[in-house]
Design a protein around this ligand. Structure first.
Ligand code: NDP
Length: 321
């Protein structure tokens, strides 16, 4: 019997994993989804108590201080320290308690700022990250360093996945911390619902920045399926990029258009170029994933956006906003 502990189990990816596991219900696996109410993982004693209580054999480690461009830019020290603490406590406690596998989460936004494209798994440590999120990036990169060190010293199979930008139900819509998609969903919902006397065709939705940066977005339910596959089948300490194909990259403006379509928004979209764009692109290659899972089909972007927008409208009262 595998006992799988998911840290960060109450977040965007954790909820997607829970939804997939509920559908599949494997008989030889027991899953526990822990949020910060179960344990503050910046606290070592609390982390140890959680592991002693749940006795996991496997861990999917998602818990992290997570945020969009603007939240990162203003809080690099907190991103660095909180994530260093969380990661060290989880990995060391997993090791001490004999967990056979840990799958942790890096991100494509931690890669070197100056790089060739597409980026791949071998390039994580090849140069400084973008200055906007160096705290988050270095803390995440050290997970990979630590995984190798546990392997070298103890033969542990602790590995990591590198997702591109993620979106889906249960995202974090708080304006001060949100990533681009939940941020736009929240702002468009507000715009549509405020000033009901104003015809929608006269409302203007502002896209932050030039709208030109390119991004790959993965639907949280697709990522959850792939992470479960990694937990069960991927036997390497080296990280693996979990991303849609390069051809599925979209501009930020196209994201705004897809969200407007999902809301059936009748107003205008304008770009505010006084706001930061962040990295222009961070195109990632999923060739390694494709070599192992050539036939995996990602959910259509517009369809996944529509599901995510509908989830937000249907769950507005309980959404993190
Ligand atoms: P969320 O912000 O939705 O969830 C974060 C999770 O971490 C929550 O369950 C939260 O618990 C938990 N958490 C935060 N701080 C602590 C703490 N001190 N102690 C215990 N738990 C804590 O994040 P996502 O689901 O989006 O991210 C999951 C992983 O994926 C992260 O490692 C992130 O870095 C990575 N990632 C995310 C991307 C994205 O676009 N969202 C892109 C690439 C990688 P609670 O809510 O109960 O407080």
């Amino acid at each position: 019997m595998k006992k799988v502990l998911v840290t960060g189990g109450s977040g965007l990816v954790g909820k997607a994993l829970e939804a997939i596991i509920k559908e599949q219900a494997p008989s030889d696996e027991q899953w526990y989804f822990a949020g910060s109410k179960d344990a503050d993982l910046t606290n070592l004693a609390a982390t140890q108590t959680l592991f002693q209580r749940e006795q996991p054999t496997h861990v999917i480690h998602l818990a992290a201080m997570v945020g969009g461009l603007f939240h990162n830019m203003n809080n690099n020290l907190d991103f660095l320290r909180n994530n260093l603490l969380i990661n060290d406590h989880v990995l060391q406690t997993a090791h001490e308690q004999g967990c056979v596998k840990v799958v942790s989460c890096l991100s494509t936004c931690i890669f070197p700022d100056k790089t060739s494209y597409p980026i791949d798994e071998t390039m994580v440590h090849n140069g400084p990250p973008h200055p906007s999120n160096y705290g988050y990036s270095y803390a995440k990169r050290l997970i990979d360093v630590q995984n190798h060190a546990y392997h070298d010293k103890y033969g542990r199979q602790y590995t990591s996945v590198i997702p591109c930008n993620i979106f889906g139900p249960h995202d974090n819509y708080k304006p001060e911390v949100s990533h681009v998609i939940p941020g736009m969903i929240n702002r468009m919902h507000k715009l549509i619902n405020e000033e009901p006397e104003l015809p929608e065709s006269e409302k203007v939705f502002t896209v932050f920045g030039s709208g030109k940066p390119l991004r790959q977005f993965i639907y949280s339910l697709d990522l959850a399926e792939l992470m479960i596959w990694v937990l069960r089948n991927y036997e390497s300490v080296e990280p693996i990029i979990l991303s849609v194909d390069e051809a599925q990259e979209v501009t930020i403006y196209e994201v705004a258009e897809a969200i407007a379509k999902a809301f059936n928004f009748k107003g205008k979209l304008v770009c505010d170029t006084s706001k930061a764009d962040g990295q222009f692109k961070k195109t990632a290659s999923n060739a390694k994933l494709r070599s192992l899972l050539p036939n995996y089909t990602f959910t259509d972007f517009e369809k996944a956006i529509k599901t995510s927008v509908d989830w937000y409208k249907d769950n507005y009262d309980q959404a993190r906003k």
